[in-house]
Write a protein that binds this ligand. Structure first.
Ligand code: ZN
Length: 252
């Protein structure tokens, strides 16, 4: 679908006059970098059995299954690079046009593109955290260790603590401080872009609604329709990278 210039220039004008704009992103942001949407049919979640958080904590077998799945899917995202959409969002932050980014993604591509203020609602797969002492590690050496030895790595700091990717697993609570900041950003946003999210998974999907109800404008950019399209000020069903680049050109 062609992107209408009058629409992008209207959105650019909103962005140019906003004081507290926020970008909210979901899986669609990263599919243009080649990262599969795990929830889609044929995605990783339909192929593997789910390892729930309680099970991970309780069972060495579950921890092994978790690490096997994570390591198998690792290269898909580890080799991915930020796309035009990530780059535009990073530029807007550097230019002071947006307060920051709230993301459902765990791939770290916003930071790779240069974004500094990123609230990761579901954590990050670029780090591993010890669930017993809180120590954090780079993911790469531990993935290599698992692939070479088929042994689940354990924490060196507390000698044996359970290590898991620093993501929010099924059955695990979202990080309270991150959610609190995301709610605050949403309540005070005068413009929110909801990008590449189906806006069906709560509480993340509530954030654009909160922004709108608090008086901000809402712009939705997504491949498919969302439940919030009816309250949005603009809805664009087109490529995210191309749409953000088109809005960015109107700012110049
Ligand atoms: Zn530890």
């Amino acid at each position: 679908m062609a992107i209408d210039l009058s629409t992008t220039s209207r959105i650019a004008a909103w962005l140019a006059s906003s004081q507290q704009a926020v970008v909210f992103t979901g899986a669609g942001m990263s599919t243009e970098s080649g990262i599969p949407d795990f929830r889609s049919p044929g995605g990783i979640w339909s192929k593997y059995r789910t390892v729930y958080f309680d099970e991970f904590m309780a069972s060495a077998e579950a921890r092994h299954e978790y690490w096997r799945q994570k390591c198998e899917g690792h290269r898909d995202f580890a080799d991915a690079e930020p796309n035009d959409g990530h780059k535009v969002a990073a530029r807007w932050e550097a230019q002071g046009r947006i307060r920051g980014i709230i993301t459902q993604n765990i791939d770290g591509l916003h930071q790779l593109a240069g974004s500094q203020r990123v609230l990761e609602l579901h954590g990050t797969a670029r780090a591993v955290a010890c669930l017993d002492c809180g120590a954090r590690y780079d993911v790469e050496p531990l993935v290599e260790q698992f692939l070479e030895t088929d042994q689940v790595p354990s924490c060196r700091e507390c000698e044996g603590g359970r290590l898991k990717h620093a993501t929010v697993s099924f059955g695990q609570s979202l990080p309270v401080d991150v959610i609190q900041n995301a709610m605050d950003w949403s309540q005070t946003a005068d413009l929110m872009f909801a990008i590449g999210s189906s806006l069906v998974v709560t509480p993340a999907a509530d954030l654009p609604r909160i922004a709108k109800q608090s008086g901000g404008r809402l712009v939705i950019i997504n491949r498919d329709a969302t439940p919030l399209d009816g309250i949005a000020d603009e809805v664009i069903n087109a490529s995210i990278g191309e749409t953000l680049a088109a809005i960015d050109r109107c700012l110049e």
